[in-house]
Design a protein around this ligand. Structure first.
Ligand code: MSP
Length: 522
């Protein structure tokens, strides 16, 4: 498949260590990025860190260090975790980088030139955690507390620059209504639409620079004020593509990749991405992203994860899970156990159950018994599998075909659970096929039977397809499995997806190795 695919994660705050929430969004972006790359698409995958704003200034203050020093320290944890999690991003943007700051300034200057920003005055409620001004109505509704963090709202008066957000609400509603794929899942889209229809005020887009210890991007027309951190942050999706061009050394990737195909985010930051960001783009006369997808939240044993409860699945916790299972299994589990878009409940029992059922006893067992039998009965050599029309193999082939045909749609809609379900379906069918056809008995009774080679070739072809489709989810494990099976794939940038039944000729013998998914004690 040709065509470009630009996917982004939110850029993460550096006031805190990375945890399961950050890992979730980032893994969920890495999987389609890998999938479409394997399909031969021109993929761009962007992640990074959001380093300005009062949260970071305050966190640094508590430690008695500068915000820059804090950011430099914490960003390493994000990069390390992404390396451990096998995140194959193409670019990692930090909002403190000159390439970004210069472009934010230029974007704001363009908005000012277009009369999209004016000086006004704000007097009202402020949510310090979300760095957001809150209207009287919303403040009352939430009992004068932050709906996200629960912290008390504070009273705030200041002169500020405003973006004419209200001017763009009509065109935005039209866009949302005429593009059902713009906000996904659909329930989130309806939430945004109903809230928009209640009316939206203009958006304050500046803060006093001294209050932020000058840690931010100065307004181009008034350096005593800084650009509101969310405007600064949202801009990363285009500044990382070298937009607007400034004649520096940045590559101009904007024409090639914009608009984004997917902005992947959590549901808590949907309003910023589904309202502020598109309105800014409309005001700049730029195309809107194709899809903003808001996923759900992970709870820990039924409870919201929070700093106060101290129950975040932290980076250390993730490290333990990776050591016990593997980073690949952590990736698999996050996308397998919850329908993407819904909230999920983290449980160590479920972690173990899915692993044993689908990987240790499932894919891992299928691979090892296939390899063992091919070694023992066929001296390690796999021949061509029976053709697609073969009725004796129908159950396996139907499952393989389903996976091959439906996976592009599942991946396009981020239906990871269905995608993995089809992989597991093929594994189950192939394991059952072994039980029914009993190649081990045939080997005893008639070792030269051509049917024996056919049965084992069918199994090998099923595992090959399973492993190819697992590559985006479990890059290391799937590659190792394919190595064991004796499969060379994807040389010289060749697209290896979609797979085709019988689409591979074995040139090297299988090679038994340590189990791919060793069983975990129950
Ligand atoms: N800096 C902003 C985003 C700016 S994007 C232009 C921000 N950063 S964050 O560090 O708070 O990370 C937010 C991401 O982590 C969101 O996608 C959010 O949904 C995700 N999660 C944080 N806790 C989470 C869970 N418990 N579960 C799942 N994801 C959650 O917001």
């Amino acid at each position: 498949m040709s065509g470009k695919f630009y996917i982004t994660t939110p850029i993460y705050y550096v006031n805190d260590q990375p945890h399961i929430g950050h890992a979730y969004t980032t893994i969920a972006a890495d999987v389609p990025a890998r999938y479409w790359r394997l399909c031969g698409r021109d993929v761009r995958f962007l992640t990074g860190t959001d380093e300005h704003g009062i949260k970071i200034v305050k966190a640094a203050g508590r430690e008695g260090i500068t915000p820059a020093a804090l950011a430099d320290r914490v960003v390493v944890h994000f990069r390390d975790l992404w390396e451990r999690m096998e995140i194959g991003y193409d670019d990692f943007i930090r909002t403190s980088q000159e390439r970004h700051k210069n472009r934010v300034r230029e974007l704001v200057r363009r908005l000012i030139d277009r009369d999209q920003i004016y000086l006004g005055s704000y007097d009202g409620w402020y949510d310090e955690d979300q760095e957001e001004f809150v209207t009287e109505n919303s403040a009352r509704e939430s009992g004068y507390k932050s709906p996200i963090s629960g912290r008390e709202l504070v009273r705030h008066t200041e002169e500020s620059y405003f973006f004419r957000l209200s001017r763009w609400v009509g065109p935005l509603i039209d866009h949302i209504e005429s593009h059902p794929e713009f906000i996904l899942p659909a329930t989130r889209r309806n939430e945004v639409l109903s809230k928009l229809k209640l009316g939206v005020e203009d958006l304050s887009v500046s803060r006093q620079a001294d209050k932020l210890k000058n840690w931010g991007v100065p307004m181009p027309n008034d350096p005593g004020r800084s650009v509101y951190v969310w405007i600064d942050a949202l801009s990363n999706y285009v500044t990382a593509l070298g937009y607007p061009p400034l004649g520096d050394t940045e590559q101009d990737l904007f024409a090639r990749y914009w608009p984004a195909d997917i902005h992947l985010i959590g549901k808590d930051i949907l309003w910023f991405h589904a309202v502020y960001w598109p309105c800014l783009l409309l005001a700049l006369d730029l195309p809107l992203p194709v899809t903003v997808f808001a996923h759900g939240w992970w709870l820990n044993q039924g409870r919201k994860m929070s700093k106060t409860l101290g129950n975040f699945i932290s980076r250390e916790e993730i490290g333990k899970i990776c050591a016990e299972y593997s980073p690949d299994y952590f990736r698999y589990f996050l996308l397998r156990s919850v329908r993407f878009g819904d909230d999920g409940n983290f449980s160590p029992e479920q972690l173990r159950e899915i692993y044993n059922a689908e990987l240790a006893n499932g894919v891992g067992n299928l691979l090892s018994r296939t390899v063992k039998m091919v070694e023992k009965y066929l001296s390690g050599t796999i021949g061509p599998p029976p053709p697609e029309g073969s009725s004796r193999e129908a159950e396996v082939i139907v499952r393989a075909r389903e996976l091959i045909e439906k996976s592009p749609g599942w991946m396009a809609r981020l239906e990871f659970q269905a995608y993995i379900g089809a992989v597991v379906g093929l594994e189950t069918a192939a394991n059952r096929y072994i039980e029914i056809n009993k190649p081990y008995r045939l080997a005893r009774e008639d070792p030269a039977s051509p049917r024996l080679a056919e049965i084992l070739a069918t199994c090998a072809e099923a595992v090959r397809i399973i492993l190819i489709y697992l590559l985006p989810l479990m890059p290391e494990k799937a590659a190792r499995g394919l190595e064991t099976l004796g499969v060379d794939y994807g040389g010289a940038g060749e697209a290896i997806l979609p797979a085709r039944w019988g689409g591979y000729r074995w040139t090297r013998p299988v090679k038994k190795g340590a189990p791919l998914f060793p069983k975990q004690p129950v």
